[in-house]
Design a protein around this ligand. Structure first.
Ligand SMILES: *Cc1c(COP(=O)(O)O)cnc(C)c1O
Length: 822
């Protein structure tokens, strides 16, 4: 389908301002992702967090000419010549409506996938299972929201033979819109669990809302053994066919006769319409078994042959959602995208790469394999890829595979091609790469692991995995308490609470935060050298580091007259004018700061005498905003601050930002946000009010080095502090107190997780290694061990250690490699 702006105006029922001709291929909702300006239609969507209309001037400058808006800009004819503005009541609804119209052009099997967990895995596995026989169009990654679903459905094209789209909801009423866009003919209900329960009265209500996606489908696949889903199916208005699979009901359309777990695979015997067959999947966990049976039901419904199904099931690949940023050799930065290779995910990865500012603009190299199973003719495919690479500013392409090599003439960047990954590795080219940003993206068949291994810096088996998406989600959580105009400072002190300040700062800068705050000047200088341009506050500026402040535009906190005078003196000596500073008042912490009752007139007087520095903000810090026990004291702190800061403001014509709330304050005292707030611990996934988990950001992981059997009565470790009271299996793991694993966790005071089960630390924790008791736990050498993270909250450790989560997070030592992913 090709759309002109005329078609689209009619399809979404808009009023058009402007009369330029245009063809539209791309729909855009996030200005940062722009690549193909001339053929892009931008939807200016308003959300709690922002307003797309603000980005119109910038997008126009970058070449976009077509906009769907809720308000037409003033004087659009003079300010935006050649642009079209399509005026609608709701740009979001217009986007959804356009996707709906687009969907209606296709009379194809469309699979809708919903449920609490496993949506993305089922969608990706259906892709793996079906794509050898037909051309599949599917949602990119986890695009399953009110915006993500329309953008996914827009990808349907003349080659598509089957579509697979996931739908996610977080509130009642959202499914109706997604149903109209996806119009599934085949529904898969994966399972129902507690996710997003806060907005629904009961789990049944949520389940029924999800099932409503399939009201008009031809068939629904679900597990009949799930009581909640079965009950909801019975009371729903659905009248079509079902494949309700069961492990107990022998009359079920799809009866699962046996599930047998082996060391590294699971055998499944099933009976469909009275005929018995079997398959094996290369996974043994319950979730994978359930997901694979959902996929089996869909394949059978689509008349795939049991032999083909079995053959493809045996080759299912794990679904990696990760875009990892890794430190590479010789100053390279690697972005490793292990997600399935296709055009859309390539574009998302290129976009991600472009959003990560780097020191001195490192040149960008893309290592790309043949892109398989797209159904597109190769010339068309690689013309698209070449265009994308050029638009996204790639400097050099390293192509691997016969197809991309054959298409070499299409690429207009520096380029080199190899038939296989081995040929690339043997060529020696990888050994010459230095100081580049390298995006590595290959279809699995090409075994790009060896390329990643050759380019990545390997330090230690123990890693701190940092989920950058979780940072963004936590930021949004706190923004949801804030007025849109309130500014936000994010604390990245102490290496971003242990997570590593550079990558976190990049993520936060990308999300448009107003300030970052570090402890000392050198931390700020590191961020500037890494390409961070957001304002930076230095909380504890050393007298010896003033030149660093001036050189890198780092704005100091000023908490005493001594510091104030020294700073003015140093700035004047360099001829600096109007350097912004942040005035700290001590309202009760008694740590650093001016006295709000006595010092303000003096501060005003000294600031007025000079012009080298200007007060940009004034702030204070609560001592106990996390607990109602201190509410009276917090109120007194606030009052002191309110009066003193107003007094300061009255003395100056320029606006002085006032701020006092930290994470807990943001949530508990919305009326005290003033002009700005300062977000710390909550950003890293822990709500300081009750230590509840938000989105987990960091996971400390290691691997089992060695396992030994120890007879009853023997002791483990230095000084014979622990004895085993039974014949035991003891594993050694490469993490010790020098990595930040607190010694007080030893001798069975704490535990880690091995394959989901608790393994207590036994014996004294050593410097680089410690021992854990894995008796009765199914595990082997090389298995992953979680010290804290997604499944073991860091607060479990801090409680055992009688400390606060801040201390555990910031104790992970620098030698532990940080791995960032999105
Ligand atoms: C660390 C810090 C914060 C953030 O506190 P959290 O409790 O982590 O949100 C805010 N303001 C100042 C001055 C800080 O030092």
């Amino acid at each position: 389908m090709h759309y002109t702006i005329d078609n689209i105006t009619a399809l979404i029922g808009a009023r058009r301002f402007g009369s330029a001709e245009a063809c539209i291929d791309w729909l855009l909702t996030d200005s940062r992702s722009l690549a193909f300006a001339e053929t892009t239609l931008f939807f200016a969507i308003r959300t709690k967090l922002g307003d797309g209309h603000h980005y119109i001037p910038e997008l126009y400058r970058r070449g976009v000419r077509n906009f769907v808006v809720g308000n037409v800009p003033a004087n659009y004819e003079t300010n935006y010549p050649d642009a079209n503005f399509l005026l609608v009541v709701s740009p979001l609804k217009a986007l959804q409506r356009l996707a709906e119209r687009h969907r209606e052009e296709y009379d194809l099997p469309i699979i809708g996938v919903t449920g609490s967990n496993g949506k993305t895995v089922v969608k990706e596995w259906l892709y793996q299972l079906l794509s050898p026989s037909m051309h599949v169009t599917r949602s990119p990654r986890s695009y399953n929201s009110q915006v993500g679903v329309p953008l996914s459905v827009w990808l349907l094209n003349e080659h598509t033979q089957v579509g697979v789209f996931e739908a996610g909801i977080s509130q009642p009423g959202e499914m109706a819109a997604l149903k109209a866009i996806i119009q599934p003919t085949i529904g898969v209900m994966t399972n129902i669990g507690p996710a997003h329960q806060e907005n629904f009265a009961t789990i049944q209500e949520k389940c029924l809302e999800k099932i409503s996606l399939f009201k008009d489908a031809d068939v629904i696949v679900y597990c009949a053994d799930d009581a909640v889903i079965s009950e909801c199916m019975a009371v729903s208005l659905y009248t079509g066919d079902t494949i309700a699979w069961s492990t107990s009901n022998t009359d079920a359309t799809l009866y699962i006769r046996s599930i047998t777990k082996k060391a590294d695979h699971t055998d499944i015997v099933y009976r469909f319409l009275g005929v018995e067959n079997s398959m094996s999947i290369p996974f043994t966990d319950d979730a994978s078994v359930q997901d694979s049976i959902h996929c089996l039901a869909v394949c059978l419904y689509l008349h795939l042959q049991p032999a083909d199904i079995a053959q493809r099931m045996a080759q299912l690949e794990p679904v990696a959602m990760r875009l990892e940023v890794m430190q590479g050799v010789r100053g390279c930065t690697l972005i490793n995208d292990t997600y399935n290779s296709d055009v859309t995910s390539l574009d998302i990865a290129l976009d991600f790469m472009n959003r990560r500012p780097e020191q001195g603009n490192k040149p960008k190299t893309l290592i790309l394999s043949d892109i398989l199973q797209t159904g597109l003719p190769t010339t068309e495919l690689y013309t698209q890829v070449a265009d994308m690479i050029e638009r996204r500013g790639i400097d050099r392409l390293i192509g691997v595979g016969p197809e991309i090599s054959a298409a070499h003439a299409l690429f207009n960047v520096k380029k080199v091609f190899f038939p296989t990954s081995d040929a690339l590795t043997e060529s020696g080219l990888l050994d010459t790469m230095s100081n580049e940003m390298v995006l590595i993206k290959g279809s699995r068949k090409f075994g790009f692991e060896q390329i990643t291994a050759a380019l990545s810096l390997r330090v230690h088996e123990t890693t701190l995995d940092v989920n950058l998406e979780a940072i963004a989600e936590n930021l949004n959580f706190y923004r949801s308490f804030m007025k849109p105009e309130t500014k936000i400072t994010c604390m990245v002190k102490a290496s971003a609470y242990g997570a590593g300040s550079v990558e976190i700062a990049k993520t936060l800068q990308d999300r448009g935060v107003d300030y970052l705050a570090v402890a000392v000047a050198d931390e700020g200088a590191d961020l500037r050298r890494a390409g961070i341009t957001t304002g930076i506050i230095v909380m504890n500026p050393e007298m010896t580091a003033f030149n660093t402040l001036f050189q890198y535009d780092l704005e100091p906190e000023v908490y005493s007259f001594k510091l104030l005078d020294a700073l003015v003196h140093a700035a004047e000596k360099q001829g600096i004018q109007g350097f912004p500073v942040h005035i700290k008042l001590d309202t009760g912490m008694h740590r650093l700061g001016f006295n709000p009752l006595k010092d303000v007139p003096q501060i005003i007087e000294r600031l007025k005498r000079q012009s080298a520095i200007v007060p940009r903000s004034v702030f204070s810090h609560f001592v106990g905003s996390d607990s109602p026990d201190f509410d009276e004291f917090s109120a007194r702190q606030f009052q002191l601050f309110d009066e003193a800061s107003q007094q300061l403001q009255r003395a100056f014509p320029n606006k002085i930002l006032r701020h006092i709330c930290n994470s807990a304050g943001i949530e508990r005292f919305p009326e005290r946000h003033l002009d700005m707030v300062r977000l710390g611990l909550g950003l890293y996934g822990i709500d300081p009010i009750d230590n509840r988990r938000l989105h987990n950001v960091t996971s400390l992981r290691t691997t089992i080095l060695q396992i030994r059997n120890v007879p009853k009565g023997d002791s483990i470790g230095y000084s014979r502090r622990s004895f085993v009271e039974r014949d035991s299996r003891i594993a050694a793991i490469p993490i010790g107190y020098a990595d930040g694993l607190n010694r007080h966790l030893g001798n069975r005071n704490g535990y880690c997780l091995v394959n989901g089960q608790k393994a207590p630390y036994i014996g004294n924790i050593c410097m680089d290694v410690c021992m854990i008791d894995v008796t009765g736990i199914d595990c082997k050498e090389g298995d992953t061990v979680e010290i804290f993270g997604d499944n073991l909250p860091v607060t479990v450790l801090s409680d055992k250690l009688d400390t606060i989560p801040y201390e555990v997070l910031t104790s992970v030592s620098n030698r532990v490699k940080r791995v960032y992913f999105q």
